[in-house]
Design a protein. Structure first.
Length: 108
Protein backbone atom coordinates (compact mmCIF):
# COMPACT_ATOMS: atom_id res chain seq x y z
CA UNK A 1 0.00 0.00 0.00
CA UNK A 2 1.36 3.40 -0.96
CA UNK A 3 1.94 6.06 1.65
CA UNK A 4 -0.05 9.29 1.85
CA UNK A 5 2.63 11.96 2.24
CA UNK A 6 0.07 14.74 2.71
CA UNK A 7 -1.64 12.95 5.59
CA UNK A 8 1.75 12.07 7.07
CA UNK A 9 2.75 15.73 6.98
CA UNK A 10 -0.45 16.81 8.76
CA UNK A 11 0.25 14.28 11.50
CA UNK A 12 3.90 15.36 11.81
CA UNK A 13 2.89 19.02 11.91
CA UNK A 14 0.79 18.27 14.98
CA UNK A 15 3.19 15.87 16.72
CA UNK A 16 6.53 17.56 15.99
CA UNK A 17 6.67 19.45 19.30
CA UNK A 18 5.69 16.44 21.44
CA UNK A 19 8.65 14.99 23.37
CA UNK A 20 9.21 11.27 22.91
CA UNK A 21 7.53 10.96 19.49
CA UNK A 22 9.23 9.02 16.71
CA UNK A 23 8.07 7.47 13.45
CA UNK A 24 8.52 4.06 11.86
CA UNK A 25 7.42 2.43 8.62
CA UNK A 26 4.69 -0.02 9.63
CA UNK A 27 1.35 -1.43 8.42
CA UNK A 28 2.05 -0.36 4.83
CA UNK A 29 2.32 3.27 5.90
CA UNK A 30 3.98 5.36 8.58
CA UNK A 31 3.33 4.88 12.29
CA UNK A 32 4.17 7.16 15.21
CA UNK A 33 5.33 6.01 18.60
CA UNK A 34 5.29 7.89 21.91
CA UNK A 35 8.05 6.66 24.21
CA UNK A 36 7.87 3.29 22.42
CA UNK A 37 4.07 2.90 22.50
CA UNK A 38 2.15 2.89 19.23
CA UNK A 39 0.21 6.15 18.96
CA UNK A 40 -1.20 6.39 15.42
CA UNK A 41 -0.57 5.57 11.79
CA UNK A 42 -1.23 7.01 8.34
CA UNK A 43 -1.78 5.17 5.06
CA UNK A 44 -3.51 5.94 1.80
CA UNK A 45 -6.77 4.62 3.27
CA UNK A 46 -6.76 6.98 6.25
CA UNK A 47 -5.61 7.58 9.80
CA UNK A 48 -5.33 4.91 12.48
CA UNK A 49 -5.64 6.26 16.02
CA UNK A 50 -5.15 4.54 19.37
CA UNK A 51 -7.74 5.96 21.74
CA UNK A 52 -7.83 3.23 24.37
CA UNK A 53 -10.61 0.80 25.23
CA UNK A 54 -13.69 2.71 26.30
CA UNK A 55 -12.41 6.02 24.91
CA UNK A 56 -13.49 5.53 21.31
CA UNK A 57 -17.27 6.01 21.47
CA UNK A 58 -17.20 9.64 20.37
CA UNK A 59 -15.01 8.79 17.38
CA UNK A 60 -17.11 5.80 16.31
CA UNK A 61 -20.15 8.11 16.21
CA UNK A 62 -18.49 10.12 13.41
CA UNK A 63 -19.49 8.89 9.92
CA UNK A 64 -16.38 7.56 8.19
CA UNK A 65 -14.70 6.34 11.38
CA UNK A 66 -14.76 2.62 12.12
CA UNK A 67 -13.19 0.30 14.63
CA UNK A 68 -9.85 -0.99 13.39
CA UNK A 69 -9.80 -4.62 12.31
CA UNK A 70 -6.79 -6.86 12.77
CA UNK A 71 -7.07 -10.21 11.04
CA UNK A 72 -10.80 -9.56 10.71
CA UNK A 73 -11.20 -9.01 14.46
CA UNK A 74 -12.30 -5.63 15.85
CA UNK A 75 -9.69 -4.00 18.07
CA UNK A 76 -11.18 -2.18 21.08
CA UNK A 77 -9.78 1.31 21.50
CA UNK A 78 -8.41 1.57 17.95
CA UNK A 79 -10.18 3.46 15.16
CA UNK A 80 -9.56 4.12 11.49
CA UNK A 81 -10.75 7.39 9.94
CA UNK A 82 -11.23 7.14 6.18
CA UNK A 83 -9.10 9.43 4.06
CA UNK A 84 -12.27 11.12 2.76
CA UNK A 85 -13.03 12.62 6.18
CA UNK A 86 -9.45 13.30 7.34
CA UNK A 87 -9.51 17.06 7.46
CA UNK A 88 -7.14 18.96 9.73
CA UNK A 89 -9.70 19.50 12.52
CA UNK A 90 -10.58 15.80 12.78
CA UNK A 91 -6.93 14.77 12.62
CA UNK A 92 -6.12 17.13 15.50
CA UNK A 93 -9.03 15.74 17.57
CA UNK A 94 -7.93 12.16 16.97
CA UNK A 95 -4.26 12.89 17.65
CA UNK A 96 -5.03 14.79 20.85
CA UNK A 97 -7.20 11.92 22.07
CA UNK A 98 -4.47 9.42 21.12
CA UNK A 99 -1.83 11.42 22.97
CA UNK A 100 -4.05 11.71 26.04
CA UNK A 101 -4.38 7.93 26.18
CA UNK A 102 -0.82 6.93 25.26
CA UNK A 103 0.66 9.37 27.79
CA UNK A 104 -0.94 7.17 30.50
CA UNK A 105 1.10 4.15 29.39
CA UNK A 106 4.54 3.32 30.79
CA UNK A 107 7.43 3.99 28.41
CA UNK A 108 8.88 0.95 26.67
Amino acid sequence: MARDRGLEQLVWDHLSEEPGVSDKAMFGGLAWMHHGNLLCGARTDGLLARLGAGNDGWALAVPGIERMLSGGRPMAGWVRASVEICDEDLIVQLLDASLAFVRTLPAK
